[in-house]
Design a binder for this molecule. Structure first.
Ligand code: PEP
Length: 251
């Protein structure tokens, strides 16, 4: 059966020292707490080695927020999936709307990144989601289905079964506006149905689909209670141990 997951996305926040202190706070906050979900923290590349060391011996997973679409070589400033894996990290966020919008990541580029992540035994947390104009035009189902199909439907069923999806309506990210639990359920069920049509019910039922977009302790319980919402990808509220813990314990 699929896993519940709460993953923090730190984005471009915290110095190395602040990040390690935050990881330690999260570790301490979780000490002795029985969680009903896996916990992941995704950090800037510079923090990975130290955060992996900070959470060693716990069940907290660590991830990067991106990786390159190339294996190695003359790509100044890029960080490969193999490099990410070599830090001890186990996850990588791919296709975040900020990467798509500000760094022009295309479905084709994301397809390469997903393959390289899988080749290096990283679990991709693959983000999809519509912008406000698309939702208002009733296009959100088409947009999200296309994002899933264009970057992931080249995978074998075995490869696809290693993917975690995060549905993140762009209009809800960092805006304080959350999708209602019913809106989240509706589109999560649609994503699962889209996966089932390609890979069958078993793969679809085993795929964790997280919600992201202004998730906080006060709304996480209602979102996570929905049958197709398997946890959250958390931005702002993951930068404070107490609010992150409040979301983790909302199951
Ligand atoms: C995100 O960027 O993945 C996110 C969900 O951000 P926030 O929780 O701040 O809306």
């Amino acid at each position: 059966m699929r896993k519940n997951i709460v993953a923090g996305n730190w984005k471009m926040n915290t110095t190395l020292q602040e990040g390690v202190a935050l990881a330690n706070e999260i570790k301490e906050a979780l000490n002795g707490v029985e969680t009903k979900c896996d916990v992941v923290i995704a950090t800037p590349f510079t923090h990975l080695v130290s955060v992996v060391a900070a959470v060693e011996g716990t069940s907290i997973g660590v991830g990067a927020e991106n990786c390159a679409d190339k294996t190695e070589g003359a790509f100044t400033g890029e960080v490969s999936a193999k490099m990410v894996a070599s830090t001890g990290a186990q996850y990588v966020i791919l296709g975040h709307s900020e990467r798509r919008a500000y760094y022009h990541e295309t479905p084709e580029v994301l397809k390469e990144k997903v393959l390289l992540a899988l080749e290096n035994n990283l679990t991709p947390i693959f983000c999809v989601g519509e912008v406000l104009a698309e939702r208002e035009a009733g296009e959100h189902f088409n947009v999200v289905a296309a994002q899933v199909k264009e970057s992931l439907f080249n995978l074998t069923a075995d490869e696809f079964s290693k993917i975690v999806i995060a549905y993140e309506p762009v209009w809800a990210i960092g805006t304080g506006k959350t999708a209602t639990a019913d809106q989240a359920q509706e589109i999560h069920a649609f994503i699962r149905q889209t996966i089932a049509e390609k890979y069958g019910n078993e793969v679809a039922d085993n795929t964790s689909i997280l919600y992201g977009g202004s998730c906080k302790p006060s709304n996480a319980g209602e979102l996570f209670a929905k049958p197709d919402v398997d946890g959250g990808l958390i931005g702002g509220a993951a930068l404070k141990a107490d609010s992150f813990l409040g979301i983790i314990t909302a199951f």
